[in-house]
Design a protein around this ligand. Structure first.
Ligand code: UD1
Length: 417
């Protein structure tokens, strides 16, 4: 398996373009199941998770065409299988999102439950409860959710917590349900808004996406769509931390800064210089001071940028408290950062990070997607070489990361081992 090797200490400079959002693209690709007409999506990142989603859709009988980079056309006319296997769902949890659309359009689905993962238990109870409230008959058999519904019916659903995946699954189901579905305490992430735009273009009536109450009037039939996926706010944030931690002057292009408000405020509070103009953010980093960070559902500070922020705080001036409120086990990167010389004390869901003058390169191992990015970032600022194993996590979610950082002047390469 490949490794990434980083030799630290280089300042970064130049320009870099943000890819399309993985987390927006996944539900959007899956939404193509809702119609028999062609759906074309642009700005789709080339990532392992996207390939997994396309494999899943192909397996169901969806016609997949990729005639140019970043563009995918899907047509779900010949769907002849209504099942997502454990093998696929366990490699990528977002596969579970086929449940709502399959059920809504074909009246049944058999989808494996994902099980726990490296960062927490991550149950899917809210997805199932919502669909049951829309009239689906749901059984759990041999680790699979077997769902049936002649016709889903719109209703009022309250989510106990604002789950991104549950909101997406239920929105897709509601788009073909009879009547109006109201999702209360819905997730408000920008990816929800992007999915709502797609469903609207397909013919559903969606109001309130991006707020805590989403109202969807189902259509009897949905049509094809053309849509460009929003930029990846997590990749953009990770690149900003790279510039801030390594020092330098980097222009990041194709950013939706309005999707990163909480994060940008924290960077500014830490003393990072940011110039925002249109879809470009210029980041100048030269020493940062500690700030406290607490992850929260959007518009709060994103859990997917917590690991990266911890790296910045590891070399900041002062003591920072980082609180993780979304996932119960999302500090595995801290243990690797400690091996690189970071001064971090873990207390339940809080990490107390005391900034040190420098980190020192080491052989480290990534445990999840965002953790692997944080180790690259630590490598950029560490003395000597950092070798990051298990990079398959990285390839799931960051497009050509070593090329992008390399073009900015980082000494980073991928080696086959
Ligand atoms: C999505 C993102 C992921 C991000 C997360 C939180 C995708 C493909 N992934 O994941 O990158 O880290 O949002 O911003 O978009 N929960 C329940 N019951 C449920 C569903 C969720 O208790 O039925 C809990 C989870 O265990 C977790 C919290 O809710 O503690 C948030 O999970 P959720 O918002 O559903 O995350 P995902 O959609 O899986």
């Amino acid at each position: 398996m490949d490794k990434i090797v980083v030799s630290g200490g280089r300042r970064l400079s130049g320009e870099v373009e943000v890819s399309g959002s993985k987390n927006a693209a996944l539900p959007i690709l899956i939404a193509s199941l809702l119609t028999d007409e062609p759906c074309t999506f642009e700005h789709v990142p080339e990532l392992v998770d996207i390939r997994t989603a396309l494999k899943l859709l192909k397996g169901l009988g969806v016609k997949v065409e990729q005639d140019k980079p970043g563009s995918v056309t899907l047509q779900a006319r010949g769907v002849d299988k209504l099942e997502a296997s454990y093998d696929l769902v366990k490699t990528m949890r977002a596969s579970f999102l086929v449940l709502g659309p399959l059920l809504a359009r074909f009246g049944e689905a058999l989808v494996s439950t994902p099980g726990g993962c490296a960062i927490g238990a991550r149950p899917v109870n809210l997805h199932m409860k919502g669909l049951a409230e829309m009239g689906a008959e749901i059984d759990l058999v041999h680790g699979y959710v077997a769902a049936k519904a002649k016709k889903l019916k719109g209703t009022k659903i309250y989510l106990d917590s604002p789950s991104v995946g549950a909101t997406e699954n239920l929105m897709m189901a509601a788009a073909l349900a009879e009547g109006t579905t109201v999702i209360e305490n819905a997730a408000q992430e920008p990816e929800i808004q992007d999915l709502a735009d797609v469903l609207t273009k397909m013919g559903a009536k969606v109001a309130g996406a991006g707020t805590a109450i989403v109202r969807i009037e189902g259509a009897r039939r949905l049509g094809g769509v053309k849509h460009r996926v929003i930029p990846d706010r997590i990749e953009a944030g990770s690149l900003m931390v790279a510039a801030a931690v390594a020092g330098g002057d980097v222009l990041i292009r194709g950013v939706r800064a309005d999707h990163l408000d909480a994060f940008l405020l924290k960077l500014r509070e830490a003393g990072v210089e940011l110039e925002i103009e249109g879809d470009q953010v210029r980041v100048k980093g030269d020493g940062v001071k500690s700030v406290d960070v607490s992850t929260l559902p959007y518009p709060g500070f994103p859990t997917d940028l917590q690991a990266q922020m911890m790296v910045l705080m590891s070399v900041a001036d002062g003591v920072s408290v980082i609180t993780e409120n979304i996932f119960e086990n999302r500090f595995m990167h801290a243990l690797e950062l400690i091996r690189m010389g970071a001064d971090i004390r873990l207390e339940g869901n809080r990490a107390v990070v005391k900034g040190v003058k420098s980190l020192s390169g080491a052989n480290v191992m990534a445990t999840d997607l965002r953790a692997s990015m944080s180790l690259i970032l630590a490598g950029l600022v560490a003395n000597g070489y950092t070798e990051i194993a298990r990079v398959y996590h990285l390839d799931r979610g960051y497009e050509r990361v070593e090329k992008k950082l390399g073009a900015l002047g980082a000494d980073i390469k991928r080696v086959a081992s």
